[in-house]
Design a protein. Sequence first.
Length: 307
Amino acid sequence: MAVYGLDIGGTKIETAIFNNNLEQQQSWRITTPTDDYQQFLQAIYQQVLKADELTSSQGAVGIGMPGIINEAGKVLSANVPCATGKVIADDLQALLKRPVAILNDTRCFALSEANGGAGEGYSRVFGAIVGTGAAGGMCIDGTLFNQGLGMSGEYGHLPLSAYLQQKYQLPVLKCGCGLNGCVESYIAGPGVQTLYQHITQSPKSAIEWANDIKLGDEQALKVLACYLDILGETFAAISKSLHPEVIVLGGGLSLIDAIVEKLPDAIQTHLFSGFAVPDVKRAKFGDSSGVRGAAIIGSVHANSNGS
């Protein structure tokens, strides 16, 4: 049976077809309708029908999207506002006449990397996206850690410590989630500009910062030291509470070699003496990991429902 993974973002919907070995066969993208829920459902419905035509079958469907999906299946998503408060999986099942699984996109990423990805061979894998936002998920023996209210893995909303705030005299920023001082406001892509402005008094984008790091620019390296201190402390907190054996990084900032290479030492700084630092690896499947993880949950859900 073919398996379809759909990765829904605030700007695009990526649909990918996988075989039983989770090998991607083909994929395509369309623009995400974000303001009208019925248009949103129809857009997904049409992509699944297209995949059915291409495979001459009725494939299993898994969806990853930003936001939180609670135990009742209701979605809270700032990126796709028309979906907030809706039970998307049930609505799509009624349209498609088959089981539909849905999960936060960063949890899909973690699941993908724990199963055949950079976390393969490890029992305890924490997958962490560091890009436009900062979130992830914990997998144990290839299975996603119990999500509860759907918030497990939201490491970007751990608070910046008073120690680091005072050490760098950082402003306490209001996060888009409504809380104050979330580390996402400092370590995600937009946060890099905040740090750069604060430390150097001149704003630079994350891309410009990455180029300057390669050139050994003194100002860029100052920002990197602060950035790694914050990220290291955050992942040390994850290590103390969840004890992952490996942290797999994805997202645009994971492409900066210096971050991947220096992060273990930055984590060690904030751990107890003698406490093992998890390995740090870059995602194996890169941008395709989220849609691959969506296919995994789609396959598991379909099999559990006897499809």
